[in-house]
Every structure is written in structure tokens, then in C-alpha cells.
Design a protein around this ligand. Structure first.
Ligand code: FES
Length: 575
């Protein structure tokens, strides 16, 4: 250890008294030699491994690689489990538990003899949950993503996680795919360890980790099954020990400049709308006011250059072979769209990490002059239907529908949608605007990914694959369509969305950033007086805590009592 430095863990392991005896003795029941307690940095490996989170199912191996690096650098690794959030299994939605998992992470770090942490993250919500929890303690930390699955393959075709589930299920509904073929595609889609290999939320958040400077270069793209993923974990283990010695905290890395870089990278990669919510929440944990206007302003002039599903053609394995995020960072830097001095966990600036990065495949990572979409990023809409904002991902939308006026067909909640959508008598055609209520943070609860509600079979059968859809829900990062999401305030909080009725006219103008319900203020007031909030689905327990305290989507859906700085777990002066 560096001479004269005393780490926080010494308060547990350093004493020559009864307490020191107790702290060391019980740990020795795991066969730990005396010299592990000699004052060296103690590094927590915060593990979201779970067989119920298939995307993180390989994390015990990953943790072992991190440990090798920590031992080599003279640290003392201690792996610990935290709540794992598996997107595909958790009900009602994994998002309901993001904040709970972040509390688990924060309190586990605060309560234990840890000087720094490596965060093992993968499936969608595990990344923001661990970053948020660790940020609240302001410890030295590195995030290591688990990596994407290998590209899906089915009958000679590349198929992408999630994206092809939507496509195939619509093909079955439209009569273009048999049920046997549908079942057959299952194992071809998820054929290796790792998370979704489209540019869905997990891949987007792995990119955000790297863009924020919280992960090592190439963290986002190395496939889970590639040996280089283990190498990255090994190096992260070495590096976190150095970061503890140098006292490099999350607050040194998560600066406003870092968040601005991440927003721009999200535009360039065609990232998920979920990143908007997660980054706003993470910024809130370190006292940075990142808001929807920042997202619109910073992303507007960033073309989407990464041609990945759901917006484009390729998958994460291709992205890695093409150069991964370092190639994108270099392109952004050369275009003047990067805060080059933002510091990263590598110990270098983001520009120093990436300025020499090569692009090996101009089809996958395109040139700014030939982008996938001119204006990437996230469009933030305002109007009487969403006074606090709503978002739309232009790269996933249909150009012709981004300026549209249509008659509302309203679904009061997701059950109502399921009952009505394939009713042959439903009065709907492709010019209508589908409106879904009560799927926001409080309403669902947890803000489910149902905003890209499927089209009625009778419209799909005509070969039509997109319509304007509006809701207070989220959308899976693997999904696509002209879908207005995150309407705030949500219907269950009494937002104007709650007042929309069948037959109302709605105007969407993405270029003008407007979303308006063409109903007079007097009529809206009359409807407001007649409105009452829906009954919560559960009283008491965590769900009640969540519903009582969750903030709206424009504020990142964090709980009000978790926002802001609660003080570092490791006081600066203890070093
Ligand atoms: Fe885990 Fe997609 S389900 S990343």
C-alpha cells in the first residue's frame, strides 16, 4: 500500500482491540491469511449474478477474473451479492425495482468495510441501479458490463434480441409465419451467454457506462463469450486498486461534461429512450441537474452513425469488430461533439483513450456524412398533452408519421388494450392515434415497457407496420415505431393524458417538438373535475413506498428521498 495512507477498511480490520479481533476472526473462517488485513485496499465486487437474470448468468466467472486483477495489484477482493433485476422474468416490470436495487447497493457499500467497488452489470436495470447506488456513496468505482450475446441466427438470417420477437410475433399475427417456425427461432435468438445483442437498453447502458467514463474502453461491445471480456474484467480489477490509492471517486468522473458526452454518444449509437430516464436519475444522485431539454439540445445535431437493430441492420458483435465505442468517440471528437477532457476510470481522458481508435467497418459504424439518421438523439415534445415533456426516438420512427394529425383511439390501461385491440368492431384505421393510459411510474406501477403496443391484426394484415402511439409508458430499447413515450405528468397522476377520449384529435409535430390534444381548455377542465385517480394495485410494502415517492419520468423516476448527495461513504479526510 502507499505509505502513510489509511483506508476506510482499516476502521474494521486495523484495530488491535476486541472489535478488530472480531472483524478479522470471522472473515478468517473463509481461509484468509493474516496479510489480507494489513491495511491494503479492500475492494467490493458488487455482483448481480442470478440464474433468474439470464443476461447476468455468467457473472460468477466474471467476478473471478476481477479478483485476479485485484490480487495482482495488491488489493483484497470481497464479492457480495445485490438484488438482481432480470428484465424478462420480473413482474410487473423490472423498472419497479431499479430504485430498490440501488438502495441495496448503496447500503451494502456504506455498511461494509469497502474502499472501492467493481460493479458487475448487464441486464437493463442492473446497470443504472448499481451506478446510482454506488454514486450515492461516492466511492471509487468501475463498472464492468457482462457483454452482449453473440449475434442471433435463424435460418441463415441474423436475428436480434427483442427486435425479432416483435417482428416475428407480428408476422404470426399477419399470417406470414407459422407457430412452429416461431417456436424454432427461440433458441437461435439467445445462443450464448450475455445480454440482448441489439442496441436495446442493456447495450445502450453499457455504452453509457463507457461514455460516462465509468467503464474501460471497449466495455460496451466485447461479446460476453469473447475471451477479451474476461481480460477487460481482469484489468478492471487491477485498475480499481490504483483508483483507491489515488482516491479517484465517482464524483470526479461523473461530471456535467461526462453526462453531455453520454447524451451525444446515445444519439450517435441510436440508443434506447430508457437511457433518458436512467441518466437523469444517475445525475440526480451526484447533484447534477440533467434535464429533458439537455437531451434534446445536445442530441439534436448528432447523427446516428451506428447501424444496429432496432434502428438499423447489424448487431453488437458486428459493432465490436467494427471498432466499438472508441471508434464512435473518435468520430464525435473529430466532429467537435465531445468534451475531450472528461476523465475516465482508465486514468486518462476520454479523448486520450480513443483518439487513435480505428473504424474497421464503415457499414456498421458509418461516416457522419452518410449517417443512418441525420438527427439522432431523442426528440423531446411539449404541448397541452405533455406539459412536462414526452420523448420520441426519431431513428426508430417512420419519417412520414413524424408529422401527423389523427383521431384518438383510447385504451384506459394495458388490460383494456388487450381486450380491445383485436376486436373486429374496434373503430380504428392506420390514420388513428393509439393512446394508452395508466402505464406510467405510479400507474402501472413501475412504468412498463408497453408503449410500443402492437397494432391491431386487421391493420397488420394490410401490410401496415407502424402507427402513431402515445403513452406514459416506456418502450423496450429493442423496439421501434413512431411511439411517443414517457408522457409527463402521467395519467395516474392526473396528467392531461388521463383526459383523452376516443375521437379527440391529436397533432404530433416532431420537427416542431409539439404534441397537442385539440380539445378546448374548458372541456378539459370539465373532464378533469369528473376524473378520479385509479386505485393502486397494492397497498403497503415496497410498492406503496414506490408509488408514494416515485418522481415522474422527466425527473428520472427516482424516489424523491434518494435524490441528491447524502455524503460519501468514504470521507475524503480518512485518506
Ligand atoms: Fe436482459 Fe435484454 S433481457 S438485456
Amino acid at each position: 500500500m502507499a505509505k502513510g495512507k489509511k483506508y476506510r477498511s482499516s476502521e474494521w480490520f486495523g484495530g488491535a482491540d476486541k472489535d478488530g479481533f472480531a472483524h478479522r476472526s470471522w472473515m478468517k473462517n473463509q481461509g484468509r491469511p493474516d496479510d489480507q488485513f494489513d491495511g491494503r485496499p479492500v475492494i467490493g465486487i458488487c455482483n448481480t449474478w442470478s440464474e433468474l437474470t439470464p443476461c447476468n448468468g455468467h457473472f460468477r466467472d466474471l467476478a473471478e477474473r476481477v479478483k485476479r486483477g485485484i490480487y495482482e495489484a495488491g488489493g483484497f477482493p470481497l464479492e457480495f451479492p445485490v438484488m438482481s433485476l432480470g428484465e424478462t422474468n420480473l413482474r410487473p416490470t423490472a423498472m419497479l425495482y431499479r430504485n430498490l436495487a440501488s438502495m441495496d447497493v448503496e447500503e451494502s457499500i456504506r455498511a461494509n468495510p469497502l474502499d472501492g467497488v467493481v460493479l458487475l452489470v448487464g441486464c437493463d436495470k442492473t446497470t443504472p441501479a448499481l451506478l446510482m447506488g454506488a454514486a450515492s456513496c461516492d466511492v471509487p468505482a468501475i463498472a464492468v458490463s457482462g457483454g452482449p450475446m453473440l449475434n442471433g441466427r435463424y435460418r441463415g438470417e441474423q436475428i436480434g434480441s427483442g427486435t425479432h420477437v416483435w417482428k416475428f410475433s407480428e408476422d404470426v399475427k399477419a399470417g406470414n409465419m407459422t407457430m412452429d417456425e416461431f417456436m424454432d427461432a427461440e433458441s437461435g435468438m439467445s445462443r450464448s451467454i450475455g445480454h440482448c445483442m441489439t442496441m436495446g437498453t442493456a447495450s445502450t447502458m453499457a455504452n453509457m457506462v463507457e461514455a460516462l467514463g465509468m467503464g474501460l474502453p471497449s466495455n460496451a461491445a466485447i461479446p460476453a463469450a469473447d475471451a477479451r471480456r474476461f481480460t477487460l474484467a481482469h484489468i478492471a480489477g487491477r485498475r480499481i486498486v490504483e483508483m483507491v490509492r489515488d482516491d479517484v471517486r465517482m464524483s470526479n468522473i461523473l461530471t456535467r461534461e461526462a453526462f453531455e458526452n453520454a447524451v451525444r454518444v446515445n444519439g450517435a449509437i441510436g440508443g434506447s429512450t430508457n437511457a433518458v430516464i436512467h441518466l437523469i436519475a444517475l445525475a440526480g444522485r451526484v447533484g447534477i441537474d440533467l434535464n429533458l431539454d439537455d437531451w434534446d439540445r445536445l442530441g439534436k445535431d448528432v447523427p446516428t452513425i451506428v447501424d444496429l437493430m432496432p434502428s438499423g441492420r447489424f448487431l453488437m458483435e458486428d459493432y465490436y469488430y467494427a471498432g466499438g465505442q472508441p471508434a464512435v468517440i473518435r468520430a464525435l471528437g473529430e466532429a467537435g461533439l465531445l468534451n475531450k477532457d472528461a476523465i475516465t476510470v482508465s486514468g486518462q481522458t476520454i479523448w486520450e483513450n480513443c483518439k487513435e481508435a480505428a473504424n474497421f467497418d464503415g457499414e456498421v459504424i458509418r461516416d457522419f456524412k452518410k449517417p443512418l439518421t441525420e438527427s439522432g438523439g431523442i426528440a423531446v415534445l411539449r404541448g397541452n398533452l405533455c406539459p412536462d415533456g414526452a420523448v420520441l426516438k426519431p431513428s426508430a420512427a417512420t419519417l412520414e408519421l413524424m408529422q401527423h394529425r389523427g383521431r384518438a383511439v383510447v385504451f384506459e390501461n394495458i388490460e383494456h388494450y388487450k381486450e380491445r385491440i383485436d376486436d373486429p368492431d374496434l373503430d380504428i384505421d392506420e390514420t388513428c392515434v393509439m393512446v394508452l393510459k395508466n402505464c406510467g411510474p405510479r400507474g402501472y406501477p413501475g412504468m412498463a415497457e408497453v408503449g410500443n403496443m402492437g397494432l391491431p391484426s386487421k391493420i397488420l394484415a394490410k401490410g401496415i407496420t407502424d402507427m402513431v402511439r402515445i403513452s406514459d409508458a416506456r418502450m423496450s430499447g429493442t423496439a421501434y415505431g413512431t411511439v411517443v413515450l414517457h408522457v409527463a405528468p402521467e395519467a395516474a397522476a392526473g396528467g392531461a393524458l388521463a383526459l383523452v377520449q376516443d375521437g379527440d384529435m391529436i397533432e404530433l409535430d416532431v420537427a416542431g417538438r409539439r404534441l397537442n390534444l385539440e380539445v378546448s381548455e374548458d372541456e378539459l377542465e370539465r373532464r378533469r373535475q369528473a376524473w378520479s385517480a385509479p386505485e393502486p394495485s397494492m397497498r403497503g410494502g415496497y410498492q406503496q413506498l414506490y408509488v408514494d415517492h416515485v418522481l415522474q419520468a422527466d425527473k428520472g423516476c427516482d424516489m424523491d428521498f434518494l435524490v441528491g448527495n447524502r455524503g460519501a461513504a468514504v470521507p475524503r479526510e480518512s485518506h
